[in-house]
Ligand binder design. Structure first.
Ligand code: ASP
Length: 334
């Protein structure tokens, strides 16, 4: 009989109504799940429950909470066969990506889930999301950080929030799904992360100044000069298509040159969810490449941002960070 740990971090699943809208309610949620008969069924894994304090709407999560959640898993790693992390959908893909980098040599399932409708409401999707996540975590087949939501199991660092209204809130636009749950859970084992024979290690993040900019037609790079050259250590640039940026009339090149001298790392991602950055395809992508920006390939922006946090937390050498950004570390890029 397997045993799992449920970690409640907040999010819609455990919220109740207040005059200002839905808000995490730990007392309600704990009472609700401890009284849920299905969670005591023989077919369910045994489980323990923990929560972070305070419980948060995931839009308020930061590096501090990623570390807190990571530490809870790491401290309890030996005592459980798997972990279910209940989390808001807004930033679930960021937390899942962050955890995937923090956990080196992970050999157990870490499944993030939540819901679009709180458990306290009649039409809540939280019940299935919770129960199926628990079964997946207890079964132990998939040994990586993943998101189970709306019948799909996705690799955490490949997932992105796609819908704020549909029950399928997440997509994995550049990587196959890990499983789908119909009358039974159908695993897609060929997509599982290759297991490495290395010990489990928890590598928390430092609160490094990382930024992300989304390009739009007419983007004024000059307005961001101080930010790009003096404030940030790493920047994810969300460009058009395969890595193209607007014609900057010569403004961008000196900014990038200055930033490069200061050791700022620019990672280029695409605004298209389904994409693979290739700055050689168009002349409009060449400025970034010539200035030393690196390709985020088919990484989600969530993965690229958290990967920058991870690499700057474990390494000081900018060249090594740039090299590692383009390498597959946890299945985050192809
Ligand atoms: N704002 C909520 C959160 O991210 C949304 C959700 O959980 O679906 O915590």
């Amino acid at each position: 009989m397997s045993k799992i740990l449920i970690i409640h971090t907040g999010g819609t699943i455990g919220m109740t109504r207040t005059a200002d809208g839905y808000k995490p309610d730990g007392v309600y949620f704990k009472d609700a799940i401890f009284h849920m008969d299905s969670l005591k069924a023989e077919t369910m894994p045994k489980w323990d429950f923990m929560e972070i304090d305070p419980l948060l709407d995931s839009s308020r999560m930061s590096v501090k909470e990623w570390n807190k959640i990571g530490k809870l898993v790491a401290d309890n790693y030996e005592n459980y066969d798997g972990f279910v992390i209940l989390h808001g959908t807004d930033t679930m893909a960021y937390t899942a990506s962050a955890l995937s980098f923090m956990f080196k040599g992970l050999k157990k399932p870490v499944v993030l889930t939540g819901s679009q409708i709180p458990l306290c409401e009649v039409r809540s999707d939280g019940r299935d999301n919770l129960i199926t996540s628990m079964l997946i975590a207890g079964e132990g087949k998939v040994k990586e950080v993943c998101i189970y939501f709306g019948s799909l199991l996705l690799r955490g660092n490949r997932a992105t929030k796609y819908s704020a209204t549909g029950m399928r809130a997440f997509e994995s636009p550049n990587y196959p799904i890990l499983a789908s749950a119909g009358t039974s859970v159908q695993y897609n084992e060929s997509a599982f992360l290759e297991q490495k024979d290395i010990p489990f290690e928890f590598l928390p993040f430092k609160d490094v100044p990382i930024g992300m900019i989304k390009i739009f037609p007419g983007f004024r790079f000059d307005l961001f000069e101080t930010l790009l050259t003096e404030k940030l250590k790493g920047v994810v640039v969300e460009t058009f298509g395969s890595g193209n940026i607007p014609d900057d009339k010569g403004v961008l090149v000196p900014i990038l040159k200055k930033a490069k001298e200061k050791g700022v790392v620019f990672a280029v991602c695409s605004q298209c969810p389904q994409a693979k950055v290739d700055m050689d395809t168009y002349e409009a992508g060449s400025t970034l490449k010539k200035a030393g920006a690196i390709s985020g390939k088919d990484m989600t922006s969530e993965a690229a941002v958290t990967k920058l946090y991870y690499l700057f937390s474990i390494c000081d050498d900018v060249m090594q960070i740039k090299e590692a950004m383009e390498k597959d570390l946890r299945g985050e890029l192809s």
